[in-house]
Design a binder for this molecule. Structure first.
Ligand code: SF4
Ligand code: SF4
Length: 365
């Protein structure tokens, strides 16, 4: 590995696209992979061994719903043996009795549970799954009882933005250590449902005040992370800490990508683990090198003092809004296309509040 390129810190392993929920904000790709395309147990184990060799320190076991993989305990146990920190990202629905205990005993370090609404009707509407809310709360209780650290992930959009105070109360009552108030990123199914999900500006401003007040009031009791909504921002976020810089992800079929939406960039070709080693992909893949560092940047990023802060923002958002993955992220006020964000907010807010949802389904984009 070259001196300039460090090993990745984190890896998101999307073990499967199967999921009992059909969330309208899901960031999975529109073309979801069926079970027969998923890597085998042996292939995932080999991949995790290589990830540890490469220097990955933490692996997020995600999906879809990762607990649908019966071999999850084997993955956790392999990673624990290699000293890699494991975080289970789960919808918390349909987890069999005794499963969380087995995962803890295998060495699982942390659980991140997504909750779609602070109240049952919202969770059930957004995830299109009756009874999901109660099952999630039960999962949260089991995780805490077993002594595993719990993060509640609350993906925020127009249909639950007024529930932010109730999300804070819920996280406290469940004994969570951390709450993520994560405004939806418009990729995958969320991009398809953007008009139905986009909140109004006043609601966003109220939300920021509520979160800031709670962060200071609950310091030392509940850590609250805030993922700001890009469309309302003046500067973009450093997506994934910069393209192929700190982290990457692996899709259920072993395809390695710098981020979960990178497959929407049609000029890039992404390689699969098995055809090439993870190390070779990390170091040499043309797709990983396409937007690494700042050498690819055009103006205004090229001469911007923030270019090593946000790395030009999100390449997939540039693709989705500017139609050019090499453009400055339109979330940035210095982008010539920044005003398009306000136009898109206005267009979304002018459509009726009806639940015109396209639910995430395998084979039904
Ligand atoms: S966002 Fe919803 S549908 Fe998508 S993987 Fe998570 S729980 Fe499943
Ligand atoms: S011009 Fe580019 S580097 Fe500068 S703040 Fe905007 S996106 Fe970031």
């Amino acid at each position: 590995m070259s001196d300039a390129l460090l090993p990745p810190i984190g890896m998101l392993a999307e073990l499967t696209h199967r999921c009992p929920l059909q969330c309208v904000y899901c960031s999975n790709p529109l073309e979801l992979l069926k079970a027969d395309k998923e890597l085998s147990t042996e292939a995932w184990l080999a991949l995790f061994e290589e990830a540890a060799d490469l220097g990955v320190l933490q692996i997020h076991l995600s999906g879809g719903e990762p607990t649908l993989r019966p071999d999850l305990e084997q993955f956790v146990s392999c990673l624990a043996r290699r000293g890699v920190y494991t975080n289970l990202i789960t919808a918390g629905v349909g987890i069999a009795e005794g499963r969380i205990e087995r995962l803890r005993d295998a060495g699982l370090d942390h659980v991140q549970l997504s909750i779609q609404g602070a109240h049952a009707p919202t969770t059930e509407k957004i995830g299109n799954n009756r009874g999901a809310h109660e099952k999630k709360l039960e999962t949260a209780r089991r995780v805490v009882e077993l002594g595993l650290p719990l993060t509640i992930n609350a993906p925020i959009h127009r249909h639950n933005i007024e529930e932010v105070p109730a999300f804070i109360d819920l996280a406290l009552s469940l004994g969570a250590e951390r709450l993520e108030i994560a405004n939806v990123q418009y990729a995958g199914w969320a991009l398809l449902n953007r008009n139905a999900l986009m909140p109004g500006r006043e609601a966003v401003e109220r939300q920021v005040e509520i979160v800031e007040e709670a962060q200071s009031r609950l310091r030392g009791i509940l850590a609250i992370d805030f993922v700001a909504p890009d469309y309302f921002a003046i500067y973009p976020k450093a997506c994934m800490g910069g393209w192929a810089r700190d982290a990457f992800m692996v899709a259920p079929d072993g395809t390695a990508l710098p981020c979960h939406a990178a497959g929407t960039i049609p000029t890039l070709h992404f390689e699969r683990f098995g055809d090439r080693s993870l190390t070779d992909i990390w170091v040499n893949s043309p797709a990983f090198n396409a937007f690494r560092g700042d050498g690819w940047m055009l103006e205004p990023c090229r001469s911007c003092e923030r270019r090593e802060v946000d790395w030009g923002g999100c390449r997939c958002q540039a693709m989705a809004i500017a139609g050019d993955a090499a453009a400055t992220d339109p979330a940035c006020i210095r982008s010539p296309l920044h005003s398009r964000m306000a136009t898109l907010i206005g267009e979304a807010n002018s459509v009726s509040d009806a639940d015109d949802f396209r639910y995430r389904r395998i084979g039904r984009a």
